[in-house]
Design a protein around this ligand. Structure first.
Ligand code: MN
Length: 496
């Protein structure tokens, strides 16, 4: 996944009152900043400097050009001098790209002994950016504001969080969720408005028959499956019965064929994400388990039981996390540990947890599955690596989407669970297990979520903001009763 291909247009504002000398200095400074941004590995995207913005016509032209550009994933504005913001109204009104308002200044320090009125005229972002921010607020524009000195790491990291969220939005605009089968029967929370998803997020959420996958599956040769099994043996540990001539090897080879067939189908349909359901597997020997884990590891979004919203969100998180340490996986809250002082939640799924979150080397095993009535599926088994992580989910409230994020701390699993052959994660949610559960449930959160050790809540907040989606955070400071009030106020805001 190459995030450098995404361009972030840097539009520096000024006006023509200052004269050519000042405007030349503004342009020089912007060029120096752009070069430094592009040589800093902290920033995942490419910053592209545009001509200094000094007239309403030119500003409108820049935003029109950005809308038409297939490479532009977002726009960064900064007012080096004062730039009257009525000049920006037409451009901002038609802008379709995520917006970041960088509030900085070129010089770090006040040059005490030499400062004069020329310096003051040139370095005015302290007030120029306030004029600029006002018009964003007045026009109720979604945006991120990053304030701080542009050479410091902290603001650059926050710019990168936004860049990655914008890359995920751009990816979604060109993406499809390939739904194999419908949602699990009678389940409410995995349903949703697919038309609204496409209007808001760009994602095309469409269905394909499981027979199309079964037909592809039937054509995959044993040789290709064996070749993929060599890769499995190199990357993961294999249970003894899965090695050459082992009695359960066939089950693993069937998953290898499903992986190849699914991958072919995803590529043919330009799909970045997919869903399966155990209630619609006609023509397949097993529920795709190992195959889903492998495809998630390669960057695909995935949702089980037809959960296309979490599949989409898993893909968005995969794009945001590209190249970062930690992993991203589809996840489900499964069961609780209520022992006083050691309260924790055990997350897992029937099979489909991504090995990017594993602590150590995953092990491929074959076991019966008590649901779905198919052959025993192969799957990877592992514990998730300890450390800070987040759970994020997307729900449909009827007419709009809500994103809910819970900050958690994944902990080491001290007890062996020899009879539980699935990948799992054990975590302590913030602020604590019972308050987090109450807060999640009152927000309408699903049992399905996206688990990420690579991302923080800020990534999801930025992604929600630029997609026009409500964002609810459950963290150290959350009080369920206060959250309930917040949600009711949010209802008023979002029903505009
Ligand atoms: Mn599930």
């Amino acid at each position: 996944m190459n995030l450098k291909k995404y361009e972030y247009w840097f539009i520096v504002g000024s006006q023509d009152l200052y004269g050519d000398e000042t405007l030349k200095q503004v342009a020089d400074h912007a060029r120096i900043m752009t070069e430094e941004f592009n040589s800093d590995p902290v920033l995942s995207g490419t910053v592209v400097l545009k001509p200094t913005a000094i007239t309403p016509q030119a500003i409108r032209g820049l935003f029109e050009e950005a809308n038409a550009s297939n490479n532009c994933a977002g726009i960064i504005t900064w007012m080096h001098t004062f730039s009257p913001s009525k000049m920006w109204i037409q451009g901002l009104a038609l802008n379709r790209r995520p917006l970041l308002h960088l509030h900085t200044q070129f010089n770090r320090d006040i040059p005490w002994s030499s400062i004069d009125m020329d310096f003051m005229n040139l370095n005015q972002s302290a007030h120029g950016d306030r004029e600029h921010g006002y018009i964003h607020t007045r026009m109720r524009l979604p945006r991120k504001i990053v304030a701080g000195f542009w050479q410091d790491t902290k603001p650059r990291r926050r710019i990168d969080v936004w860049m990655r969220a914008a890359a995920a939005r751009k990816d979604g605009m060109d993406s499809t969720v390939l739904r194999l089968g419908d949602n699990m029967r009678e389940v409410a929370v995995t349903e949703g408005d697919k038309v609204e998803a496409q209007i808001r997020l760009g994602w095309q959420v469409n269905t394909w028959g499981i027979g199309d996958l079964a037909a592809r599956y039937a054509k995959i040769s044993d040789d290709r499956a064996e070749k993929l099994a060599e890769e499995y043996a190199a990357r993961y540990e294999l249970a003894p019965e899965l090695k050459q001539d082992g009695k359960a090897r066939t089950a693993m080879l069937e998953q290898a064929k499903i992986e190849i067939a699914l991958k072919e189908m995803l590529e043919a349909e330009h799909a970045g994400a997919f869903t399966t359901t155990f209630q619609d597997l006609h023509g397949l020997p097993q529920l795709p388990g190992l195959a889903c884990q492998r495809l998630m590891e390669q960057g695909c979004g995935f949702g089980a039981e037809g959960d296309w919203k979490q599949s989409m969100l898993t893909r968005a998180a995969k794009v945001m996390a590209a190249g970062l340490p930690g992993g991203v996986s589809f996840m489900e809250d499964y069961t609780y540990h209520f022992e006083p002082g050691k309260e924790a939640a055990l997350g897992a799924h029937m099979l489909e947890v991504c090995p990017s979150i594993a602590d150590g080397r995953p092990r491929i095993e074959v076991h019966p599955l008590g649901i779905g009535g198919k052959a025993d599926p192969a799957r990877m088994v592992f514990d998730a690596a300890p450390g800070p992580a987040v759970l994020a989910t997307l729900i449909d409230l009827g007419g709009r989407f809500r994103m809910i994020v819970n900050e958690i701390e994944t902990i080491k699993i001290e007890n062996a669970m020899p009879k539980l052959p699935v990948a799992r994660a054990l975590w302590k949610p913030y602020p604590n297990l019972s308050d987090a559960a109450e807060a999640w449930i009152i927000s309408g959160g699903t049992h399905h979520s996206v688990y990420s050790a690579a991302l923080t809540a800020e990534y999801f907040r930025d992604w929600a903001e630029m997609n026009g989606i409500e964002f609810v955070l459950i963290d150290r400071d959350t009080k369920p009763a206060r959250l309930q009030d917040e949600l009711r106020r949010n209802d008023a805001y979002w029903s505009r």
